[in-house]
Design a protein around this ligand. Structure first.
Ligand code: BGC
Length: 391
């Protein structure tokens, strides 16, 4: 794939975030948080999770269902207390069959098909006659009337399954479990994946109070000490950003134009497409939309120096700087004078696997976040434990 030098210069101008722009993003992000919390018009939904931080002593065996994008995973998690847990069993399956036999994320797929598929992944783990409490990591913007229920506000990450938007997902899951005669599995908590990551981090480290996903999608939550609850900001929808014409083209062709502008500039689902649009703009030969992926960019970054590596570094580096600026906005909101220690927990394939990404993010932020995996497993189990302890 040929990448002309003049497009690299243009891309560099359009994708570089200056320190002054970083300051402005942080300031505007903090202002959007305040507006969202006050119930005013804001790009940040600021959704209460009805969960505080765990104490680290929660115990028991719980089911953790993770549905957040391309795969579904179910884990049997034993919380051992003292900040430790063990995974006792696991199933996983893609929502989109690589061989093309099914796609439960397409507009042609129905709510029943999707939730029956989730129930089918749970079945092999619960055949021993015991009752199970289940924590469900559901990684989409949802309004939660309480810890046990979540109403999907709208799909993100280009998922399109029919009949789920506007519905309460715990009852959809319970209905699918009943259809499969798995009524002894009781969904008791629904959480966002950012919240699961914060729960898993705080189970071991009381200083953890901000958590984010930098993976297929992007989002951040934080512990609001004044309100005593973790708040899912749905920060992927933040939009006061210095974006390029390529971002606008990507947005216009996406499933929900105008929505999730930060996510479309920063998350793994979109980074390859940004690079492809830049190459296509220079008259380069590219495949169809989304044929270039974040994995391709990771390969370029790990390869020899040259136009490809430089383009990948620009696209990935901008993502890291945008995300770091929003973290500064959160810190400015919760602790403007930096009086306390803050652990920022991050999970996601982009943060974990894109060469140089974690380093660029730490450099832009001035502190190093910690990688916390299994928020959707341990985190969901902790949420279920907290739900049961309230009964
Ligand atoms: C969703 C968030 C989620 C993030 C990471 C976004 O598309 O709206 O709820 O936390 O992806 O999975």
């Amino acid at each position: 794939m040929h990448i002309p030098a003049d497009i690299l210069a243009r891309a560099e101008r359009a994708l570089t975030i200056t320190p002054a722009q970083e300051d402005a993003i942080a300031r505007q992000f903090a202002a959007a948080m305040a507006a969202g919390l006050a119930g005013e018009q804001s790009t940040l939904k600021m959704l209460p999770s009805h969960l505080g931080k765990p104490g680290g002593h929660e115990r028991g065996l719980f089911l953790a269902l993770d549905f957040g994008g391309s795969n579904v995973r179910v884990q049997l998690v034993e919380l051992c207390g003292a900040g430790k847990w063990l995974v006792r069993g696991q199933t996983a399956a893609p929502l989109r069959d690589p061989a093309g036999a099914y796609d439960h994320t397409a507009a042609a797929a129905s709510e029943e098909q999707l939730f029956d598929f989730l129930a089918a992944q749970i079945a092999p783990l619960v055949g021993d006659g015991r009752d199970y409490y289940l924590g469900h990591t559901f990684s989409f913007p949802s309004r939660q009337p309480d810890l046990g229920s979540a109403i999907l506000l709208g799909w993100t990450k280009e998922i399109k399954t029919a009949g789920v938007e506007g519905r309460e997902v715990s009852s959809l899951l319970a209905a699918a479990l009943a259809r499969r005669e798995l009524a002894h599995v009781r969904p008791v908590a629904v959480i966002n994946d950012t919240v699961g990551t914060l729960l898993a981090a705080a189970y071991r480290d009381p200083a953890a109070d901000i958590a984010a996903i930098c993976g297929t999608g992007h989002n951040t939550c934080y512990y609001d000490a004044g309100r005593g609850t973790i708040i899912n900001m749905e920060s992927g929808n933040f939009a006061t950003l210095p974006l390029s014409s390529w971002d606008d083209i990507l947005d216009a062709a996406s499933g929900h134009p105008g929505a999730q502008r930060l996510e479309k500039a920063a998350a793994g689902r979109y980074l390859g497409e940004i690079a492809r649009l830049i190459i296509a703009d220079a008259g380069g030969e590219t495949g169809p939309p989304y044929s270039l992926t974040a994995e391709d960019l990771a390969g370029w970054l790990a390869g020899p120096d040259g136009p490809r590596r430089r383009l990948a570094a620009l696209v990935a580096g901008r993502s890291a700087r945008l995300v770091a600026a929003t973290f500064r906005g959160v810190l400015d909101h919760i602790d403007p004078h930096r009086k306390n220690r803050h652990t920022i927990a991050i999970d996601g394939s982009l943060y974990e696997k894109m060469p140089g990404y974690a380093g660029m993010l730490a450099a832009a932020l001035g502190i190093s976040p910690v990688l916390v995996k299994d928020g959707s497993g341990a985190g969901a189990a902790i949420a279920a434990a907290l739900a049961v302890s309230r009964r």
